[in-house]
Design a protein around this ligand. Structure first.
Ligand code: SF4
Length: 382
């Protein structure tokens, strides 16, 4: 409902789909696939008494397997795919005098805010869908075909740090077919913890497992989607190499790291200074957008997240009780995941490359547009 979308920080109670998920898990006719957002793995363990910032990827996957999901995949795969489509669009806008700044579009809390409050800037967001929605669209098309399943028999469940993701999955124009939803049910990190407890699983001792393939493989760039500045940084790692044709040796853009809620960074690409705005919190988003609308600031790329510190501080995460230190630890944990990945650029993910070769043809193709892009609408409040 609307309250979910305007209240991304979680003061209002979420609609829960836990019962629906349990029902599909025991229904033999349903093939139930789950995806986990980047920020979930650095916060879930807090619900079981672990320190903030504990990385629990293996236990998260292990617990989901014990709950009975047929495949445990990763939203991070969707994040790498988002970067490919978003960087393609950014390159096109830069080279062909397109609408700038381009806005990363994966935070539905903030996109809805823009649709209501800044309809004159509706061309700003990238048309690329969010990682959650790209993932759902690929499961119900490419994966369904590979696994020889009718998309209507597949249930896609998302574990998200976010309340607004429930609303995002219900946006009519975001689904790639009128016959089914790309993402059927969205559960929050807290709701997953509740399911694990309901099932009597001991999270502390649950055996660590690895994600299933091919939709479980991801890069360091995808990991940082969950923190402020991360989506912009991931996009730049790819855009830089595509525009210069050179290898990016130092993949971390220090200017895009940091905890501040409003910052501007500059990166030189081919002698051109690319200016990037990063903000979190809707108040800061408003400030940035008003500056753009009034031509007081000139930017090429913007990343805005509704929640404090980005998705790590999302409204569906374990409560942090206003303690930003907790959020910082989750941010640092995502940076650790990034640094320990062998591949740290989305366009080098071999499974993404295969997906384009075997199915999507090339970034920005007609097929990619049909499945992986959306549009935005001017909206009234009621
Ligand atoms: Fe959801 Fe992340 Fe946006 Fe918060 S910042 S509303 S968790 S997508």
């Amino acid at each position: 409902g609307q309250c979910v979308a305007v209240c991304p920080t979680g003061a209002l109670e979420e609609d829960s789909y836990i019962d629906y998920v349990w029902k599909d898990l025991v229904n033999e006719k349903k093939h139930v696939v789950v995806q986990t957002a980047p920020a979930v793995r650095v916060a879930l363990a807090e619900e079981f008494g672990f320190e903030p910032g504990t990385i629990s990827t293996g236990k998260l996957v292990g617990a989901l397997k014990l709950l009975g999901f047929d495949k445990v995949f990763d939203t991070n795969f969707g994040a790498d795919l988002t970067i490919i489509e978003e960087a393609t669009e950014f390159k096109e806008r830069l080279e062909n005098d397109g609408f700038l700044p381009m806005l990363t579009s994966c935070c539905p809390g903030w996109i809805k805010f823009l649709e209501h409050q800044f309809p004159d800037l509706i061309e700003m967001p990238s048309s690329a869908k969010s990682p959650q929605q790209m993932f759902g669209a690929i499961v119900k098309s490419f994966y369904a075909q590979k696994a020889n399943l009718d998309p209507k028999d597949i249930t896609v469940v998302s574990i998200m740090p976010c309340l607004a993701k429930k609303y995002e999955a219900s946006r009519k124009e975001i689904n790639s077919s009128p016959d089914y939803k790309d993402v059927d049910y969205v559960l929050t990190t807290r709701e997953l913890a509740k399911m694990i407890k309901e099932a009597g699983i001991n999270f502390t001792t649950v055996p660590e497992r690895a994600y299933d393939n091919p939709l479980g493989e991801s890069t360091g760039a995808a990991a940082i989607f969950g923190r402020t500045g991360g989506v912009a940084e991931a996009a730049l790692r790819t855009t830089y190499e595509w525009l210069t044709g050179k290898e990016l040796k130092t993949v971390e853009f220090q200017a895009l790291h940091g905890y501040e809620s409003l910052r501007v960074a500059e990166v030189e690409i081919n002698g051109q200074i690319i200016k990037i705005g990063v903000a979190y919190g809707l108040g800061n988003a408003r400030k940035l957008l008003e500056a753009i609308r009034n031509k007081k600031i000139d930017l090429h790329l913007i990343e805005i997240m509704a929640c404090p510190g980005g998705c790590v501080g999302g409204g569906g995460q374990p409560y942090h009780h206003g303690n930003f230190e907790v959020i910082k630890k989750r941010i640092d944990a995502l940076n650790v995941i990034d640094r320990t990945k062998v591949i740290r650029k989305s366009h080098e993910n071999p499974y993404i490359l295969r997906l384009y070769n075997e199915y999507l043809e090339k970034p920005g193709s007609d097929k990619a547009h049909k499945l992986l892009h959306t549009h935005y609408l001017e909206r009234e409040w009621l």
